[in-house]
Ligand binder design. Structure first.
Ligand SMILES: Cc1cc2nc3c(=O)[nH]c(=O)nc-3n(C[C@H](O)[C@H](O)[C@H](O)COP(=O)(O)O)c2cc1C
Length: 324
């Protein structure tokens, strides 16, 4: 039994090649959200690891500074995972071989992003409609490195074309070492309910580890995802917004620090990598998530939105956390 403090015992440990996971919990990649400080707090509170937000292989090819800035890893990241997206097998393979990704242990390929600006280029979830190209991409990436290549995708494009099982088998055949499946179609975006049956079917269809994703936000939903689908690990996304320490709650373990201290950690780690003007702008949305639901949040919200200094931002939210 690994979840000592948990009300359900679960005696499997996910392994991707020789990389071992402890709690079978992963912070999902979220563009504009899962920055280095956010990843740090999630891992300090029980996540085994985090997947970087998706980065464009093409942008890396052209050494785009903003994209390169997304590749920071936190000091507590023992398992470093980067997610790339693109539709050109040659570019994807060359990026995997490049110095940009040398620090990462696992390379994940995004084949699930529903955003119009991505799918209109034949990238992200559009690849679920083009299995031949998806297979070429995975094969090229697998041949480019000895590191494990993993793939994240959805249940399918729309209700009429749910093809996750076929897609998962293709990923395995092409050499992917694990897959993550978000149990929604592209058409659903983030609406409606996650389809756990499709995750269960995918798990039954392949021999590589399957990471279940969608609507896990607490102990019960984690337990249900693991037990119902028999998946090997769970990836958590939106439940971490304003609460990157949610992993401690999911695992029923003690948080590593108070919420306010975790918020300060988030910012302190960012300040090791980025200039203050970037952090202030970037942290606004995080701060609004952090203070959501507090009684006096509105007045603080207004203050946070006009701060130009990190210190002012921290001082603006501090009273809320001291009161509660
Ligand atoms: C703001 C936001 C950004 C996201 N960015 C990415 C991304 O860069 N790559 C990716 O594979 N999925 C991305 N996702 C999808 C999540 O990783 C996850 O699959 C989805 O939110 C479902 O999990 P959840 O129900 O736990 O949130 C994003 C989701 C959100 C809400």
């Amino acid at each position: 039994m690994f979840y000592k403090n948990h009300d359900f015992s679960y005696n499997k440990i996910m392994k991707i090649e020789n990389i071992e996971f402890k709690n079978n919990l992963i912070l999902a990649p979220m563009a504009g959200v899962t920055d280095v400080g956010f990843k740090y707090v999630a891992i300090n509170n029980g996540a085994d690891c985090a997947v970087s937000e998706m980065v464009s292989a093409k942008a890396l090819k052209y050494n785009n500074k903003k994209t390169l800035d997304l590749l920071c890893t936190a000091p507590n990241e023992k398992i470093k995972i980067v997610q790339i997206f693109g539709s050109d097998p040659k570019i994807m393979a060359s990026i995997i071989k490049s110095k940009h990704l040398k620090d990462f242990d696992i390379i994940d390929i995004n084949m699930g992003c529903p955003a119009p600006k991505i799918v209109k280029n034949g990238e992200g979830c559009a690849l679920m409609k083009n299995i031949k190209l998806a297979e070429e991409i995975i094969t090229a990436c697998v041949n480019a490195t000895a590191k494990p290549i993993t793939v994240k995708f959805r249940s399918g494009w729309d209700d009429e074309s749910v093809n996750a099982v076929e897609f998962a088998k293709m990923c395995e055949r092409a050499g992917a070492k694990a897959i993550t499946i978000h149990g929604r179609t592209r058409e659903q975006f983030y609406g409606g309910c996650v389809n756990l049956d499709i995750i269960k079917q995918v798990k039954q269809a392949v021999n590589i580890p399957v990471i279940g994703n969608g609507d896990v936000y607490d102990s019960d939903s984690f337990k249900h995802m693991m037990e119902y689908t028999n998946c090997d690990a769970v990836m958590v996304g939106r439940a971490t917004l304003g609460k990157p320490w949610v992993f401690a709650e999911i695992l029923n373990i003690k948080k590593n620090a108070s919420d306010f201290e975790n918020i300060c950690d988030h910012i302190n780690i960012l300040s090791k990598y980025y200039p203050e003007n970037f952090i202030v702008k970037h942290m606004r949305k995080h701060m609004l998530w952090y203070i959501k639901g507090f009684r006096n949040a509105n007045a603080v919200k207004a203050k946070v939105s006009v701060c130009n200094k990190v210190e002012d931002m921290i001082n603006a939210v501090r009273p809320l956390f001291m009161e509660n």
